[in-house]
Design a protein around this ligand. Sequence first.
Ligand code: NAD
Length: 307
Amino acid sequence: GKLERLGVQESVEAIFPPSELAAFLSDLPIDVSVVDEAGIADCDAVVTRNHFDALFEVDWIHSTQAGVDRFPLEALAEDGVALTNSTGIHGRTVGETVAGYLLAFARRLHDQIASATERRWERPAWDEAFTLPGTTACVVGTGTLGRGVADVLGSLGVETVGVRRSDDPLPEFDEMYAIEALHEPIATADFVIVTVPLTEATRGLFAATEFDAMRSDAYFVNVARGAVVDERALIDALEAGDIAGAALDVFETEPLPETSPLWELDDVIVTPHAAAYTRDYFRDVGGIVRENVERIGRGDDLTNRVV
Ligand code: NAD
């Protein structure tokens, strides 16, 4: 049907003020307003971070995240509700965050910042610090995140190996493997970085066998989704020294429970699912929404369509 009312659902405030996005889209030839849960019922389309049952009644949902693992995809498809996501905008932000993790591990910045908060003047051991050129990062998942990560790491002199469903080359990567051969590149990499979406095929992709396959001086990075990793197996591997450390932005349970051993482990960097944060986020999402409002106006197919 014709698009008349677009709601910006309040749940987006976890990432940016809803009013900023509504103002950014206010020049569109439709009504755009911030809506609470009850307000969804008055909309044809809704931009949202969270799923609500009332969304089954709209024509089009836009997710402010790239991952849509929290939406009931099959049920939405059955009800004829279109769902679009925000993939395509997180390459640079997540790429820079991952570069930050790697620089922290190499230059021992996380340790020194931790010491400084306790006013301790503590230098690394002579053989702890290193530089990134000559190291290798294996990036599992070569979409927007994976390519953004490879692009930033490549500019820091890191050798990048991609893992995707095929082994067809991509310009951002020095080398490519197919997912069936995952154990080969993770066995030699200094850094293993997870950037795949959470699907039935990737749930628990990293478990005890994979951490065993990794080098004991290698670091593990997860900026994808917590459930792609068996968190208990990761903690065991870290505690046993099977791997050197980890930088984690996503967890099986978020917020990460206070009781998690991950908070206290050496060489583990915990960030609060904020790898893609930027003050430009509402503009980046707004660009996709604007494009799709225009496409609907022209009767064209939606971009970034998932369902
Ligand atoms: P994308 O769709 O651009 O890329 C995903 C890539 O993974 C695609 O190239 C796809 O072919 C590949 N893939 C899918 N299943 C695979 C499998 N079984 N084996 C190997 N490769 C597989 O998505 P994106 O924007 O790069 O985001 C990827 C995921 O990262 C999202 O789904 C989301 O869960 C997560 N994410 C996290 C943050 C954060 O804040 N930490 C931000 C954005 C995205």
